[in-house]
Design a protein around this ligand. Structure first.
Ligand SMILES: NC(=O)c1ccc[n+]([C@@H]2O[C@H](COP(=O)([O-])OP(=O)(O)OC[C@H]3O[C@@H](n4cnc5c(N)ncnc54)[C@H](O)[C@@H]3O)[C@@H](O)[C@H]2O)c1
Ligand SMILES: [Fe+2]
Length: 381
């Protein structure tokens, strides 16, 4: 039988150092004249955010900002952002930040025009069809980390505080209209965040690459994304001002999120509940889970991973690939276990149940069951 699939990309991306100067042009193309810049608390005080506000003001776009965003943004953050958006009479969002600022900005622009509760749009089934697509406000996305690739994605990850679960809010029209990928904005990222976000990009490429769905374009992109991370993440980590490395990591991030249309897998399924319950950094948690998941998936991925190893110039096939990931984590100062990451006294039954409900489960090449998923968590502690 011939393959069947749904494919959709790309996004318009202005890529290159210094291109944040085109923010007003990007807003004009997106049809935004009264933007609300959405970012997180940490970034709000940094020069890269104030410089962007200055550029907006100089172009007559005002300097409205909403920055009450926690890392791992919550439903309450969305509500507050929507209230600020409506009160300010805005006509679009500049989503500015790492995954947290980008996701919140995208979801605020989405939810500002909806009447249904946010959680109705979780990426399960097709609840999104009930959204008023015409009411989704336009978004200009400006990543300041190089990892999530949320700037080219159609989802936002929002923590439901009541359920203590990370929910993926999805709509095909949640895609930013314009993206500015300016690697200069990532130069000030501290090494630990550089490492964690970079490994998130790697996890997206790896999981997309291993997912069994049919998507040969994604396959090619994921391989090149992994190669870029291998070559440039250690450089960006060691020397934050290395603009060439920063630029290639930005590409790897956008590649990863484009590729994972094909699917994610166990790394993300395990990482989401750990992040929701233990407030660990998403990409760093993925990195910790990676080698155990590679072992777990080996029966179904021996051939594809061996091919990836060859493409990346790694000797030793599957074993070589696993050793490469372990060495890369060590180089980047990423802990080897969840315990070392700070996950203490975990409720493994709860984590297992939550992992099995995560939409990423469906993309894993080996079927995840209550038994083998709990065993994975145990091996990771
Ligand atoms: N939408 C998606 O497809 C997708 C994919 C993966 C992850 N995510 C979500 O993204 C979030 C994580 O995003 P992240 O890993 O980019 O981290 P983040 O956005 O939470 O940022 C981490 C920290 O880095 C700081 N920071 C960001 N850019 C900086 C810069 N240039 N200089 C100095 N400090 C900077 C932030 O202020 C914050 O304190 C999680 O909520 C995760 O679930 C979303
Ligand atoms: Fe991720």
């Amino acid at each position: 039988m011939s393959p069947v699939a749904n494919w959709s990309y790309p996004t318009a991306i202005r890529f290159g150092a210094g291109r944040i100067s085109e923010i007003a042009e990007a807003c004009a193309v997106a049809g935004i004249s009264r933007p609300l810049l959405v970012t997180d608390k940490g970034l709000a005080g940094l020069e890269i955010a104030t410089r962007t506000l200055d550029l907006m003001e100089a172009a007559g776009l005002g300097r409205a900002m909403f920055s009450d965003v926690d890392p791992n943004p919550t439903g309450a953050n969305v509500e507050a952002g929507v209230a600020a958006y409506r009160a300010g009479g805005h006509d679009g969002v500049i989503a500015f930040g790492g995954g947290s600022g980008l996701d919140l900005g995208k979801v605020v622009a989405f939810q500002a025009g909806q009447t249904r509760p946010l959680w109705d749009f979780e990426d399960i089934g097709d609840w999104w069809t009930r959204a008023d697509a015409a009411a989704i406000a336009p978004v200009v996305a400006v990543p300041t980390t190089a990892g999530t690739g949320s700037e080219v994605g159609r989802a936002g990850v929002i923590t439901n505080e009541e359920a203590a679960e990370k929910k993926i809010i999805f709509h095909p029209k949640m895609l930013p209209v314009q993206v500015i990928c300016d690697p200069e904005l990532t130069v000030g990222m501290p090494p630990a965040i550089t490492a964690g976000t970079g490994m998130d990009a790697f996890a997206h490429c790896l999981e997309a690459y291993c997912s069994p769905h049919y998507h040969p374009m994604s396959q090619g992109m994921a391989l090149e994304g992994m190669r870029l991370v291998k070559e440039y993440l250690p450089r960006a980590y060691a020397e934050g001002a290395d603009l060439e490395a920063r630029a290639h990591m930005m590409s790897a991030a956008a590649i990863g999120a484009t590729a994972f249309q094909k699917g994610l897998g166990a790394i993300h399924a395990l990482s989401h509940p750990i992040g929701a319950h233990h407030h660990t950094h998403h990409g760093t948690t993925n990195a910790v889970c990676m080698v155990e998941v590679l072992k777990f998936n080996r029966p179904a991925t021996e051939e594809v991973i061996s091919r990836a190893a060859a493409y990346l110039g790694i000797d030793g096939g599957y074993d070589g690939f696993m050793a490469f990931v372990a060495d890369l984590n060590a180089t980047l100062g990423i802990p080897a276990t969840l315990t070392a990451l700070g996950v203490t006294d975990p409720d493994l039954d709860r984590l297992t149940a939550d992992a099995l409900r995560d939409p990423s489960v469906g993309g894993n090449p080996v079927e995840m069951t209550a038994e083998n998923t709990r065993a994975l968590f145990e091996a990771l502690m």
